[in-house]
Every structure is written in C-alpha cells, then in structure tokens.
Design a protein around this ligand. Structure first.
Ligand code: NAD
Length: 249
C-alpha cells in the first residue's frame, strides 16, 4: 500500500495547462501511464506529451471536447484499446463565463453547465461499465469552493460545481459495491490562467479570506488527486476533499 501508481492507467480531462497539467505530471511521476485530453491546444498537448516521453513516461493525448458525449465515449474506447483498462479518471476540464445574473446570457449558462457538469457525466458514463466490470476504479471530480459557498457573478459556475458534488455522491453509492470509488476535490483559489483573469480586487478579496494566507499551487491540488488515485484512499468514497487553505469552513 503506497502512493506508487506503477501498473495503473489514468485519464485526465483538460490536461494541457494549469491544475490538469500538474496532475498529468504528478501521476506520471508516481508511475502511472497517463492519457490526457484537450479541446483546442494541440501545440501545448504535443509539447507536454514530448516532455513526458523524454523523461521515460508513457503518455497518450486526445483532442476531445468534454461537452461532446460521443467524443468522450470514443476517447475512453481509444484508451482502453491502447492500455486495456482505466484505473483512474480525473474529470478536471472546466471553464468560467462570469457575470451577474442580470447580464448572464443563456449561452453563458449552457456553456458552463455543458462543459463543467455534462462533461463530468459524459466521461463518468463512458468509464462506468468498464470500471464496474474490472471491479475497481477511482473517479475523481474537480469541483470548487465556489460550488460549496457560492460567489456573486458565478451562478452558472457555482451550479455546475455544486452539481458535481451531488452527482459524485450518487455515483459513489451506485458503484461502491463494485469496488469503484468516486470522490471530489474542491480547490479554493489556485494560481492558474483561470484566476489570472479575475480583477486584482477580486483576487485580493479572495486571498484575504484564506486562513493559510496564500493561493494554492496547482501542485497542492495534484497532491490531493494523487492521494485519491492511490491505494491510500481505498476506503474513501463520496468524499469532498477541500484543498482551499481553510477558505470553506
Ligand atoms: P485552466 O483554465 O488553466 O485549465 C482548464 C483546462 O480545461 C484547460 O486545459 C482547458 O483547455 C481545458 N478545457 C476547458 N474546456 C474544455 C472542454 N470543453 N473540453 C476539454 N478540455 C477543456 O483552469 P484551471 O485553473 O487549471 O482549472 C482546472 C479545474 O479546476 C477546472 O475544473 C476549474 O473549474 C477547477 N478549479 C479551479 C480553481 C482555480 O482557482 N484555478 C479553483 C477551483 C476549481
């Protein structure tokens, strides 16, 4: 029993940058064969794959929009064809389209729910049967502190991230008897491109409320994902692991 993921395979959505990229690198360093998806950043995907392969890690990358049900099925099939099994699925891909409700459009709502929540459904559905059959598997869904606490200007994002928590707990109950665990990681304020887009004022306000007094690094979140991918978490399911420096308490 350890954090060693040798002989394990992992599929991570949205792996080319930010938190996803850190997860790809961390699980590969722990010994897993890692497949990751991207929506449009083919160049970054190629360079990440090349970087991992140059270090001797086995890696696959797929252009696959998480919001596309058929594409998710095809991606999972491709990974299964290549490696025969998927031990770990990390549903990481996510977007924001922020705005107070008065200005939020139907398109902003649909895009965020379609990517963040339906994307989690699509990939979970695609691995559901294979993981059930192999009687093992770990599904890790990336929510957010915003899904727990709410945030003005992020009603669509908060709804998608809160939805992920209810979805994951339901799936944990469905799949427990098959040896499959389903857990959630809820990061707080992480220094990535996503938060760099926030105003300086919003960034300061968020940081001011963090007891640990600093933003999370992508590595902080990847470490939690490594724990939930490993046998150390075998008796943990339906859990929401807050990686937020104490923000949501
Ligand atoms: P990011 O914007 O840096 O990266 C998001 C990744 O998802 C990118 O690689 C992007 O290409 C990919 N992606 C987006 N839409 C996609 C789609 N339709 N299909 C496939 N891939 C798609 O964001 P990040 O900060 O690294 O966030 C990663 C996850 O963590 C997201 O789910 C986000 O909501 C969550 N999160 C982030 C923070 C934060 O402070 N940065 C906090 C809490 C939760």
């Amino acid at each position: 029993m350890n954090l060693d993921l040798s002989d394990k395979t992992a599929l991570i959505t949205g792996g080319t940058r930010g938190i996803g990229r850190s997860m790809v690198e961390t699980l590969a360093q722990a010994g897993a064969r890692v497949a990751f998806t991207y929506r449009s950043s083919a160049e970054e995907a190629e360079s990440l794959k090349a970087e991992l392969e140059s270090q001797g890690y086995e890696c696959l990358s797929f252009q696959s929009d998480v919001a596309d049900f058929a594409a998710a099925e095809k991606t999972v099939k491709d990974v299964l064809d290549a490696w025969g099994k998927i031990d770990v699925l990390v549903n990481n891909a996510g977007i924001t389209k922020d705005g107070l409700m008065i200005r939020m459009t139907e398109g902003d709502w649909d895009a965020v729910i379609g990517t963040n929540l339906k994307g989690v459904f699509n990939f979970s559905k695609a691995v559901y049967r294979p993981m059930m059959k192999q009687r093992s598997g770990k599904i890790i869904n990336i929510s957010s502190v915003v899904g727990v606490m709410g945030n003005p200007g992020q009603a669509n994002y908060a709804a998608s991230k809160a939805g992920i928590i209810g979805f994951s707990k339901s799936l944990a109950k469905e799949l427990g008897s098959r040896g499959v665990t389903v857990n959630v990681v809820a990061p707080g304020y992480v220094a990535t491109d996503m938060t760099a887009a926030l105003s300086e004022k919003a960034q300061e306000a968020m940081l001011g409320a963090v007891p640990l007094g600093r933003p999370a690094s992508p590595q902080d979140v990847a470490n939690a994902v490594l724990f939930l991918s490993s046998s150390y978490s075998d008796y943990v399911t339906g859990h929401v692991l807050h990686v937020d420096g104490g923000l949501a308490m």
